[in-house]
Design a protein around this ligand. Sequence first.
Ligand code: NAD
Length: 297
Amino acid sequence: MQLLDGKVASQAIKEDLKIKVAQLVTQGKKTPHLAAILVGSNGASETYVASKVKNCAELGFKSTLIRFEESVNEFILLDKIRELNEDKDVDGILVQLPLPAHISDEKVINTIHPSKDVDGFHPESAGKMMQGLPTFLPATPYGIMLMLEHYNIDTKGKHAVVIGRSNIVGRPMSVLLSSNHPQGNCTVTITHSHTKNLAELCRNADIIVAALGKPEFLTADMVKDGAIIIDVGITRVADASKKTGFRIAGDVAFAEVAPKASYITPVPGGVGLMTIAALMRNTYNACIAKNEAEEED
Ligand code: NAD
């Protein structure tokens, strides 16, 4: 079994970006600028946004964190996004999900201009991804593709089972794994809460991507020998032995599945770190595209 180490793979991507940003500075060009919006004070969201801001600083990106109270009016939030769309200095905009129930995720996502959609959630980005056109790929599935690329994993012709069909993880993951790409060309089965024979499907899988949000759901009896296991799940589970009162659990029962796997991602230290690296790469690409468009003007 080989660990797919998110620390190692994300560091390689970030080192590359750091060098590229230093070159932009030398050339007197604009450096990437990510604007992040956080609504309310959900503990996990606070942690994710803080980590994104920290990563920006490490890479030489500029970042702006905009906070709103949990009770913010949807109109005010959408107006802020429109203002950021117009702001020439901002390259990428992300709104940390989940949002409070009175705010429509859909309206928020659709309001972000596709040229600044570094989370890759806008329907225009999703449509382009479906057709294999250049676009911003959603950060988590993109990060997983970068992880597979980093470890030079041959996916061609393999049977991949994706557990979960959300717009941000499962569904785009199934599209990318089935696409004509060095880390694609899989035969993909996408599964969800209504799938009847999940354990059997998983036992026939060469690659399993677990993205359902149920701690330690994927057990050893669901996995064939030599399978590649990608654990996307992040759930806070109460744990009195921790200072925080919780531990982070993935969707895979790591201790029992790892001995059967050929490759496996840990949680934490796996896909989460790749998601941030992918977001950073999207933001860098957004900045480059904008710099080029301005030079052509
Ligand atoms: P979601 O709740 O939007 O979707 C979960 C999906 O799992 C649904 O499509 C549902 O049909 C499916 N599902 C639920 N129970 C199932 C079952 N018993 N069998 C088969 N399918 C089942 O969740 P999401 O936003 O896609 O996130 C999934 C998990 O990944 C969560 O733990 C989330 O925190 C985590 N996540 C991690 C990262 C990261 O960077 N590592 C990024 C995004 C999400």
